[in-house]
Write a protein that binds this ligand. Structure first.
Ligand code: ADP
Ligand code: MG
Length: 338
């Protein structure tokens, strides 16, 4: 029954990565889960080893009103995937217009999916406002907004938390209590990333479902076209995602999207529980500017590498040695459908 949508004001923040891996983890816990790719980037399939040459997909065929049940790919753990399908830019733009005129094209199959009381539908959306966001948000039990742990996330917080980025003007208030957040790419060794994470966490409070470490295991899993749970189950990101999956499971069960699990309880080891970093206080007396020709300012502290570029101070979590793979291998089950 519940629909969980993954949205974000910006692209490249990890929406697809999180939607795919959380869907996989929820399915692994025994829930019937359908991952619905609504982003023309057609990238959700990449996390599950679907053949790259496979052009088929639900959204790409939407104008023909396909039977979505016939288009499902079933993964070994039961996860069902509806790929978007390959679609040129022009066709995507035309489809947006078509959906504006005939929302039933998407609403009809979506309502059929949601009619199954046991099924959790997780939809991966394109970044920013879009026609599919406008059509799915009103039906969603949970709207997960993915933010990157960087200064811009903290700076844009007011805009983002209001839900204005959803593009719905004044009706955003309707979504307010269903709007939740995940902070992605927290790099503990980066002061900037940590400070941004702390600021965002403090501001959002219980609306923050959790945070995900910056972790190469996620890129490695994607390179192998397999879920993180299979590739690096003991990685920091896998642990973070498991906590968020639990929070999502609780959240999407209830009729009201009030967080049943407070992030503090859901995260025994949140990044924010690390030794606190004290940001320089603006209240501290600043050195007086030197007179012209006077002595230079004291040298500023050395810049940190930007988030994602700094070497980890210590390796992430206990990890089994990564198996060497010459090239991504399509899983044995790829190529057949449910
Ligand atoms: N926590 C993370 N740690 C490391 N890499 C990440 C993390 N989250 C996402 N990535 C990488 O960032 C890139 C963009 O992620 P993606 O899920 O495609 O973003 P979006 O769907 O928002 O455009 C991918 O290469 C992905 O592997
Ligand atoms: Mg994406």
């Amino acid at each position: 029954m519940p629909l969980i949508i993954f949205a974000s004001p910006k692209g490249g923040v990890g929406k697809t990565t999180l939607a795919a891996n959380l869907a996989d983890m929820l399915a692994q816990s025994g829930r019937p889960v359908l991952l619905l790719d609504l982003d023309p980037q057609n990238a959700a399939r990449l996390h599950f080893g679907l053949p790259l040459a496979e052009p088929g997909g639900f959204m790409a065929a939407l104008a023909r009103r396909p039977d979505w049940r016939q288009m499902i790919w079933r993964m070994p753990n039961g996860l069902m995937l509806l790929p978007h399908g390959a679609m040129p830019l022009r066709a995507s733009l035309e489809q947006a217009l078509m959906l504006e005129q005939d929302p039933g094209l998407l609403h009809q199959p979506l309502r059929e999916m949601l009619a199954d009381p046991n099924l959790t539908v997780i939809a991966d959306l394109p970044p920013g406002p879009s026609q599919v966001l406008a059509l799915t948000a009103p039906l969603a039990a949970v709207i997960v907004t993915v933010l990157r742990s960087e200064a811009i996330s903290a700076a844009m917080l007011g805009e983002v938390e209001s839900g204005r980025f959803l593009g719905h003007g004044t009706v955003t208030a309707l979504f307010a209590n269903r709007l939740h957040f995940v902070l992605n790419g927290v790099a503990m060794q980066s002061r900037l990333s940590r400070t941004a994470a702390e600021a965002v966490a403090q501001h959002l409070g219980p609306r923050l479902l959790g945070a995900v470490s910056q972790d190469e295991s996620l890129a490695e899993a994607l390179a192998q076209m397999r879920p993180l749970r299979e590739v690096a189950p003991a990685s920091a990101a896998a642990r973070d995602l498991q906590h968020i999956a639990q929070a999502l499971a609780v959240l999407s069960q209830g009729p009201v999207a009030e967080p049943a699990v407070h992030p503090a309880a859901a995260f025994p080891q949140p990044p924010f529980a690390q030794p606190p970093f004290t940001p320089p206080s603006f209240a501290q007396p600043q050195p007086a500017p030197p007179p012209y020709g006077g002595p230079p300012y004291p040298a500023p502290p050395p810049h940190e590498a930007p988030p994602g570029h700094a070497l980890p101070a210590q390796p992430y979590g206990p990890q089994p040695p990564a198996p060497h793979q010459a090239a991504p291998q399509a899983p044995a089950w790829a190529g057949w459908r449910a």
